[in-house]
Design a protein around this ligand. Structure first.
Ligand SMILES: C[S@@+](CC[C@H](N)C(=O)[O-])C[C@H]1O[C@@H](n2cnc3c(N)ncnc32)[C@H](O)[C@@H]1O
Length: 214
């Protein structure tokens, strides 16, 4: 069983075999401070940042790489995470970013809700959510391409498992979102549900766009 340890660096996820996972939104130049091309990033186009959509719920926070990236691109993001250890790791990183002068303004536009987004959204009225809902469910382990280093992905996958209920999550997102729902998928895999409005294709992944009003 993995557990959280609190060290001078903040919360760290530690596995039985001693592997450690720690998130640093402030200083990690590979994952959380990598350079970006602003609103011409594919994810920015999929979310519709240049069309004026800024309010985003990310229903699958994971290690919050996408959520933090969207915050850096100007969005206001509420992220949801159901795996309690991962949620604790992200919340700890968010709090440290809120205390650092260079990221305090960004952290103020990022919040985390620990819990299952399917259950949380089920309690909401149709169309009562944010402008945009974003999902990046865990894909089958063998096929999913990722930028995370091997060791970190190994730890993450051992704790989280597969998201077999991803299409239920998408159905709830479509019921609750106001303007658009965006799903990140491996480029060659079929969409989670039929009824796509558009695909934004990258080299290994794509963003599927759904219109909740259709
Ligand atoms: C592939 S990861 C997301 C990675 C993330 N986009 C990033 O940039 O780090 C999927 C995450 O979504 C979480 N998740 C899946 N279904 C969820 C649900 N219904 N509610 C909340 N979290 C969920 C999983 O626990 C996992 O941590």
């Amino acid at each position: 069983m993995a557990k959280i340890e609190h060290t001078e660096r903040g919360a760290e996820l530690v596995t039985d075999d001693g592997l450690r996972l720690h998130l640093d939104f402030v200083n990690d130049r590979l994952k959380y401070q990598r350079p970006h091309r602003g609103k011409s990033e594919l994810i920015a186009k999929a979310i519709g940042l240049s069309k004026g959509f800024h309010q985003v719920w990310d229903l699958t926070a994971g290690l919050a790489e996408d959520a933090w990236f969207l915050v850096r691109l100007g969005a206001e993001v509420t992220a949801f995470e159901r795996q309690p250890l991962i949620a604790e790791l992200v919340e700890d990183a968010r709090q440290r970013a809120a205390r650092a002068p260079e990221t305090a303004e960004l952290a103020a536009r990022f919040s985390l809700r620990a819990g299952d987004a399917i259950e949380i959204l089920r309690a909401l009225q149709k169309g009562s959510g944010p402008e945009v809902i974003y999902l990046d469910p865990m894909f089958s382990f063998e096929k999913k391409k990722t930028a995370l280093p091997r060791k970190e992905m190994q730890i993450f996958r051992s704790v989280v498992g597969a998201d077999a209920d991803a299409s239920d999550l998408l159905r709830e997102a479509l019921r609750v979102a106001k303007d658009r729902v965006v799903v990140k998928r491996p480029l060659k895999e079929p969409p989670l549900l039929e009824g796509l409005q558009h695909r934004f294709e990258g080299t290994t992944i794509r963003y599927d766009l759904y219109n909740p009003k259709l």
